[in-house]
Write a protein of this length. Structure first.
Length: 253
């Protein structure tokens, strides 16, 4: 079951890219909707797979690099669907619909990297045998997923702005960038706080300045600065898009 669901979701993302590409070239919106259906199918199969790993391991599947990257792909898919549903329709919905092409490419890249890591289900080390694992990791990975969507949107925004400056798509993408960044920043803030509480519970110290903690703080400060520059200094449009690209580079590091 595990291999079947993983391979099926991988194939569904490939099919999504093909349908999105064909829809873009032929100008047929129906093919893009089929592409979205493939993304939804891949997301559903990943849901089944993560549920299976949770059942087999008796813990939330987020304890190693393979599980973390798989969870990240799942959260990106979930947030993309949520944002797509909440958009009120019209040109805005159609613009975000095409973003599924880039979501699929990102998913394939992350799943490919994940496949290079150990897939086996192993026992948790004592420090990870805590409910804090679920709360902390989910919030932090949700932040990364929101930042990933912002990164993809920023790239599309920069292309749209250069090719079609008179189009309303750049305006749509700009609003999406801000909403996803704010959401990611909120999740990251909560995740850092939960991580500090977990660290104190496990090791008796809220903050030890290890590399992961330090880089999380650097990432938080970067996005805090980016949002401040957007709101208070007028760093919008292209400037904020470039900040979004730089911020996700920090996340991946």
């Amino acid at each position: 079951m595990s291999e079947l669901t993983v391979n099926f979701s991988f194939g569904a993302y490939i099919a999504a890219i093909l349908f999105y590409g064909a829809g873009y070239l032929s100008k047929k919106k129906m093919l893009e909707w089929i592409g979205l259906g493939c993304v939804t199918l891949a997301f559903a199969m990943q849901t089944v797979y993560l549920g299976w790993r949770w059942s087999e391991g008796s813990y939330a599947p987020m304890s190693n690099m393979y599980e973390s990257l798989t969870l990240l792909v799942w959260l990106v898919g979930m947030m993309y669907h949520i944002f797509l549903v909440r958009v009120t329709g019209g040109e805005s919905r159609f613009s975000l619909l095409g973003l599924g092409f880039w979501v699929s490419i990102l998913a394939l890249v992350l799943l490919g990297i994940a496949s290079l890591n150990d897939r086996s289900i192993q026992s948790l080390m004592p420090a990870l045998q805590s409910n804090w694992l679920l709360f902390h990791v989910v919030t932090v990975m949700a932040a990364y997923a929101a930042f990933a969507l912002c990164f993809l949107t920023a790239g599309v925004y920069l292309v749209c702005m250069r090719k079609k400056p008179e189009s309303d798509k750049p305006v749509i993408f700009e609003g999406f960038m801000e909403r996803s960044t704010v959401l990611g920043f909120l999740f990251l803030t909560i995740g850092i706080i939960l991580g500090a509480v977990w660290a104190n519970s496990a090791w008796g110290s809220y903050w030890s300045w290890d590399p992961k903690e330090t880089w999380s703080l650097i990432t938080w400060l970067f996005y805090a600065t980016a949002l401040h520059l957007r709101k208070q200094q007028g760093w919008q449009n292209e400037k904020f898009a470039w900040l979004s690209l730089g911020g996700f580079a920090l996340v991946m590091f």
